[in-house]
Ligand binder design. Structure first.
Ligand code: NI
Length: 252
């Protein structure tokens, strides 16, 4: 089964001890393509460095709402012109940890949408406890190349509105969690040609590996869960989501 992990963090320090080995092992296990997501200046630079080393890996560049210490959008714009960068991200809004910097988060989100439009790239959205504001910004500041709701919250309203706006929905290990009561209705609500799968590794480890470091090979558990809900084979899910990821990220 050939899998496309649409969002992982091989750039995370948790992979420092065995990055090269795990990248090659996962390739052998079927992770034939993956996007290494940036979330700050440093992590975006490193994502690009990794993507330039491995033909089957791609990168995103962007500043996430949880990484506001070092904001340099000129630098992000420059980084995003690297040929292995397939999207601006992860960007968006996150009110989970604090709501005190809402305005700064919104401004940063909007400015990075403008960079995406300038460079003709899609965006990778991080949204947490900020559904209404996220949707409002996407409506007011349309993204030409659309993009992906990464590690999409299992919120049916968000999913329906996101689809209406032309975005893809990326499911992560959270759909396998025992307490993910809406996983079924959320997966059912997304047509197969709009679904991506991801690990967000080393975080969001799916069942049955919770508690361990997550790794892109585990994206197969996300494919299996979707297959179960949609009553098709995991192979079909893998194949379709692979094509979807190549389409949205403009990969041959
Ligand atoms: Ni992420």
């Amino acid at each position: 089964m050939n899998l496309f992990d649409s969002h992982c963090h091989y750039n995370d320090e948790k992979f420092d001890i065995d990055r090269k080995e795990i990248i090659m092992q996962n390739f052998e296990k079927g992770v034939k393509k993956a996007v290494v997501a940036g979330y700050s200046l440093k992590s975006s630079e490193f994502a690009i460095e990794i993507a330039n080393k491995y033909e089957h890996l791609y990168a995103t560049a962007g500043i996430s709402p949880n990484d506001l210490e070092e904001i340099d959008l000129e630098k992000i714009e420059k980084l995003a012109q690297n040929k292995k960068v397939v999207a601006i991200g992860e960007i968006g809004l996150d009110y989970h940890y604090t709501t005190e910097n809402k305005e700064l988060q919104k401004q940063l989100f909007i400015k990075q949408i403008e960079i995406a439009n300038k460079l003709n790239l899609p965006i990778v959205i991080h949204t947490r406890e900020a559904v209404m504001d996220t949707l409002q910004i996407l409506k007011e500041y349309p993204v030409n190349k659309k993009g992906v709701f990464h590690c999409c919250p299992l919120n049916i309203e968000l999913i329906k509105e996101g689809l209406k706006l032309g975005f893809y929905i990326s499911f992560s290990g959270n759909v396998t969690f025992k307490n993910a009561k809406n996983a079924g209705i959320c997966i059912e609500a997304v047509p197969l040609d709009k679904i991506l799968i991801e690990t967000d590794s080393p975080y969001m480890t799916p069942e049955p590996h919770r508690g361990e470091r997550n790794t892109p090979a585990n994206v197969k558990y996300v494919a299996e869960k979707i297959a179960e809900i949609k009553d098709i084979t995991a192979e079909e899910v893998a194949k379709q989501t692979f094509q979807n990821a190549e389409r949205i990220f403009g990969i041959e």
